[in-house]
Write a protein that binds this ligand. Sequence first.
Ligand SMILES: *Cc1c(COP(=O)(O)O)cnc(C)c1O
Length: 482
Amino acid sequence: MNSEEFRKFAKVIVDYIADYFGTIREKQVLSSVEPGYLQCLLPAEAPSIGEPWQSILQDLDKIIIPGLTHWHSPNFHAYYPTANSFPGIVGELLLSGLGVISTDWLSCPASVELELKMMDWLAKILNLPALFLNSSGGPGGGIIQNAASDSTLVALLAAKKRTTRKYLIPEGKLVAYTSEQSNSSVEKAGLLASVPMRLLPTDPEGRLCGPTLLRAIRDDIQTGHTPCCVVCTLGTTGTCAFDRLDEIGPICRQFDVWLHVDAAYAGSAFACPEYRHLMKGVEFADSFNVNPHKWMLVNSDCSAMWFKDTEEVKRMFEEEGSSEVSNVQFWQIPSVRRFRALKLWFVLRIYGVRGIQDHIRKQVGLAGYFERLVRSDDRFEVCTASMGLVCFKLKGPDDLTRTLIDRVSRRRNIFIMPYYYQNRLVIRFVICSRLTEEADVLYAWREIQTQADEQGGVEYGNTTKKNQLAISGIADVSTAQI
Ligand SMILES: *Cc1c(COP(=O)(O)O)cnc(C)c1O
């Protein structure tokens, strides 16, 4: 493909994307294809002679679009948002087009420096303590990681190194802590780093509190273990609960335990001053992570991570006695970095801080509207409501709610998720798409209500939980799968 063809092809695709967004509201959010649908639609082998790009376009409509779950449909209310915006799309296109990667400064000065600057902009937008800034003059700093999962692993590895260096103890004695409501990636980080990750119980609101952590730490010390890391979640994946960072922070300091804050989804809300009380105690954090690729309109991947002392994280990759390493490639697992700061720069400049705040407030407002709708129908109960997420259920046995989810899912007009919370089945309803408006929320609620009407009070008590969810093609969801 030459330059001229590239111009044509790429312009057509840009129009294609704009048209896709222009018509996404009319598309059914869940696809109706059957498993394996694509296998017989495509030849078994790649073409031996290259084809014109025009022939691929037709196949997009025929083969790919019908098999999409429309993640940016205003009727998508499952999981958490995955960010998407026009500035973010263009940023992703440009960074792919420029195609640079960076390691040290010389490998691409603009990429290295823009990233350091954007991380400072972002830290200031969220009102993080100044010691996290790249420009603080101290050892603090931040970079863009691939994902929150990587960030947790990096934090845990750094914590491990710090603790083993300090106490000169074998790694086998180390332990780490998080709550049973934390993201599955936290437990995975424990496995990858070979550090047992204790999943501590939460309070009735789904939060990890100080006394629970303190008890666990004391018990472990008594049995000869060495606590090395606590992963505190601000905005759990299941119900968007906020661990008591203000209680956890001082305990981590007292026992010299690395404190990592996982604010993958909800951290973006700290752009708005009215939510900052939820990160009280953030000054105790050794590392802090938020995903602009979730709730801040920057297309995936873009996960922001700050360290209080970047020397500690560099040390984990450093051979003892080796020469000083001083650049950001040692704050991460991959050896090179894409120019992801471009996306962040585009989004922050085109939306402005005000635009980001408006986006967060609008989505929280829409969730509040949905919550009021649920509360207005006395067949339902709201179990939790936080940020853009409402968890609710039909009053009565779980089977009623299970049947409702199943009926709604089979119609494919809206996408909602079951979740087990405190041994009860609830429906997670999240405001995900930036296109969702009040009318879409009302539409979703009517969809749920009508199915509840038709279902009546009948209870399908003889079908097992697994079967019911299997019918709708939805797995038995626990935090592990979200
Ligand atoms: C979504 C989520 C994650 C995982 O994020 P990735 O960037 O996909 O790894 C981690 N923690 C919390 C609290 C989340 O909501």
